[in-house]
Design a protein around this ligand. Sequence first.
Ligand SMILES: COc1nc(N)nc2c1ncn2[C@H]1C[C@H](O)[C@@H](COP(=O)(O)OP(=O)(O)OP(=O)(O)O)O1
Length: 177
Amino acid sequence: MSTIPANESTIEWKNWNAEIPATLMFVVQDGKILLIEKLTGIGQGKINGPGGKIDPGENALQAIVRECQEELHITPHSPVKMGELHFAMSDIPDIHCHVFMSNTFDGEPTSTREANPLWTALDAIPYDKMWEDDRHWLPQMLDGQLFNGRFEFDGEKVVWMEVCFGDSAKALWIENA
Ligand SMILES: COc1nc(N)nc2c1ncn2[C@H]1C[C@H](O)[C@@H](COP(=O)(O)OP(=O)(O)OP(=O)(O)O)O1
């Protein structure tokens, strides 16, 4: 488990519930990861994986497939859930995010109103242009580790975090979609 900083979180995590259920997808193929430049929504202007909010009546898997189709015109094959992220935010509603990986997909990654695709070498992921939490779980996820992360943000800065990896992380997931 990794935590920063040494101080306690101001969040009462036991009773914490996010307002926004969301998803992220990381497609990895031939030593590259398919990222996006996000053009709309939460995190506009940042580099991230494709993804977005879960619509009413959808589960996380259905949502991530739909978001990849909408944002990049691709359909990932057999997405595998790798982690859950819990974001307590200071200035926007709190977010609970399901993170998936896939190695194959149908379609050609295409720029849309919502995103520009960015095939990126695995050793050149631009963490400085991504949400600050990503550097604390994405490298381990790319090594095949399941994870569960809780992050408290002040604006765009992480002020507290706790990230677990492996089977003990999966036991903390709220949903096993
Ligand atoms: C706070 O830290 C975050 N880190 C990371 N890595 N990703 C995040 C963070 N906060 C939000 N996200 C991701 C989760 C989702 O994929 C998107 C947010 O969803 P978005 O606002 O893009 O939702 P859409 O349904 O696509 O957009 P509309 O509601 O505008 O249709 O960001």
